[in-house]
Write a new protein. Structure first.
Length: 209
């Protein structure tokens, strides 16, 4: 597999963390006050249902350290997601996966929101902002998303983003042991042309008299 560090370095990046804004959600740098809220969502069994385990405070802070370091290094990544009043609701953004799979190297889109903010369309709105950045600023040809087979909530977000699923792309996640109930994953894809065709259609509908 090509070196993911070399692949990451080949992508356009900014010196400062990019800030993206939608009608109800914004994406941008993390703040110190986000850490306790992030730890709370990572400790919630329902939020972490489709991950191998919940995280304790030390593990959550270590993940936040990794996320912030990546954002500082390249200007994009798992952005802190905030609703209109500035409240931290989780993360949404882009990442370079670090495991071997047939579709690698790739940039993935993903999200993790606190349960209190589910079912409001925040994940879809914020993910659309991230895709705009991926295809506009980074000029990527494709973005992928993946999750365990039974995570229907995340799969519905992927479908609302008009990402496409081909069962031939499904794979066993190498970070999970043989026989682990979450090991089988589905892969969704979207290309640059498809995303901007949809973006232009949304713009036409919004601007229609």
């Amino acid at each position: 597999m090509p070196d993911p560090d070399v692949f990451e370095q080949s992508l356009a990046h900014a010196r400062e963390v990019a800030r993206l804004r939608g009608p109800r959600v914004s994406l941008g740098p993390w703040q110190p006050d986000d850490r306790p809220l992030f730890a709370a969502l990572n400790a919630d069994p329902e939020t972490m249902r489709w991950f191998p385990s919940v995280l304790d405070r030390q593990q959550s802070d270590a993940l936040a350290d990794t996320i912030e370091a990546a954002l500082a290094r390249r200007g994009w990544g798992w952005w802190a997601a905030r609703q209109e009043d500035g409240e931290f609701i989780g993360f949404v953004g882009l990442n370079v996966p670090r495991f071997e799979a047939p579709f690698m190297p790739a940039v993935e889109i993903g999200w993790r929101l606190a349960r209190a903010h589910w079912n409001r369309g925040y994940a879809s709105e914020a993910a659309a902002l991230a895709l705009d950045y991926a295809f506009g600023t980074l000029a990527l040809a494709e973005v992928v998303a993946f999750t365990t087979v039974d995570n229907l909530r995340s799969r519905r977000v992927m479908e609302r983003l008009h990402m496409r699923h081909d069962p031939a792309d499904d794979f066993d996640h190498p970070a999970l042991a043989d026989g682990h109930p979450l090991r089988r994953h589905v892969l969704y894809r979207i290309g640059r042309a498809d995303h901007f065709n949809l973006f232009n259609e949304r713009t036409r509908r919004r601007d229609a008299p």
